[in-house]
Design a protein around this ligand. Structure first.
Ligand code: A2P
Length: 342
């Protein structure tokens, strides 16, 4: 493998710090690593893998000599700086929603559609965290039995909304003295007109609403799933809910398969051994995935696989993964590894 010069934009954030960790942990073949953030963080020291890195302000010239630039600093920063990075010869792996639905930009989960990487023009989009874990788990089912319908409800962790949202859950939880604190500034989204407490609550709004009544997070899941699977006929609907969980997204997923006569055992067998997927499904032993135990793990965990009593090809399941790892940082690093292999 050739050694590459890497930049991480948003290196001080919830996902950026995990990208650095994963690069080191997976022995990614780096020549150099440049950590970039806002002007506020310039000069901050970050220790990782036995080295001390100094964070720099992100400017167009930051990307001179960079081969791969990971972006995780929000959509507007990607829109501003990703073209600057590409202009200077870097390949951008973007964690924001800025480019995901642009027709010619590959949207990649390596276990599902690595082949899409062979055709890029400098920018590769990393899908939404909730989408990644769902499509990674469902890929073997789709491949074996065909998939025509998905109805998903999510139970999402606050870390998906960034480091400030984790702080807000922490401070609201500490203020609990028999009564729930009312002050909130970050969730459901910093730009929203109203904010609600997340501690001891469930907020059925992630990102802002579209005229359709769906939130942008829900539309991301619906549209990105079709793009990654390359099947725009598939029926996909989502309801996305934020819960007071720090890390680890959970999803209640209903699917309809095309093939007749498929059993729960068939579904389970197709997922067992699939790359990056771990089946944890034994009700008799109370074995099922939970976000608390998925935190820090690379895999996507699946359990509670049941047949729908009312629909021949219908199945329900529970899919959990660390939203900062497979849902973001790990998937980005896996994309970079695949690029280098190609
Ligand atoms: P900073 O720490 O300097 O604000 P999170 O998703 O956890 O909230 O993190 C957001 C990341 O995006 C942080 O690393 C943050 O850096 C970075 N960021 C925010 N604004 C900018 C900007 N104008 N230019 C570059 N990075 C930015």
């Amino acid at each position: 493998m050739n050694k590459v010069n890497v930049a991480i934009v948003g290196a001080t954030g919830a996902v950026g710090t995990k990208i650095l960790e994963k690069l080191i942990e997976r022995n990614f073949p780096v020549q150099s690593i440049k950590l970039l953030a806002s002007k506020r963080s310039a000069g901050t020291e970050i220790a990782a893998g036995g080295f001390n890195y100094i964070v720099e302000e992100t400017v167009p010239e930051s990307f001179e000599g960079i081969d791969i630039a990971f972006f995780s600093a929000g959509g507007s920063i990607s829109e501003k700086f990703a073209p600057e990075a590409v202009k200077r010869g870097a390949v951008v792996i973007d964690n924001t929603s800025a480019f995901r639905m642009v027709e010619d930009i590959p949207l990649v989960v390596p276990e599902v559609n690595a082949q899409a990487l062979s055709n890029h023009a400098g920018i590769i989009a990393n899908p939404n965290c909730s989408t990644i874990q769902m499509v990674a788990a469902l890929q073997p089912v789709k491949e074996k039995f065909g998939l025509s319908r998905i109805i998903v409800s999510t139970y999402q962790a606050v870390s998906g909304a960034g480091a400030e949202a984790i702080d807000e859950l922490g401070s609201q939880s500490q203020q609990f003295e028999g009564r729930v604190a009312n002050e909130a500034e970050i969730l459901p989204s910093a730009s929203a007109a109203k904010h609600y407490p997340i501690a001891f609550n469930a907020i059925p709004q992630i990102d802002v609403f579209d005229a359709s009544g769906y939130t942008l997070e829900e539309l991301k899941m619906m549209n990105e799933t079709k793009k990654i699977f390359g099947d725009y006929e598939m029926s996909v609907t989502a309801t996305c809910v934020r819960l007071p969980v720090v890390t680890g997204h959970s999803e209640s997923v209903y699917i309809e398969v095309d093939q007749e006569g498929v059993t729960v055992e068939d579904i389970r067998a197709s997922m067992e051994g699939a790359p990056g997927v771990v089946v944890q499904d034994n009700p008799a032993q109370q074995l099922y995935p939970m976000p608390l135990f998925a935190e820090g793990k690379d895999e996507v965990f699946v359990g509670r696989i049941r047949k729908d009593p009312n629909h021949a090809g219908g199945f329900h399941m529970w899919i959990v993964s660390d939203n900062l790892l497979k849902g973001a940082a790990l998937n980005s690093v896996q994309i970079a590894e695949q690029l280098i292999r190609q």
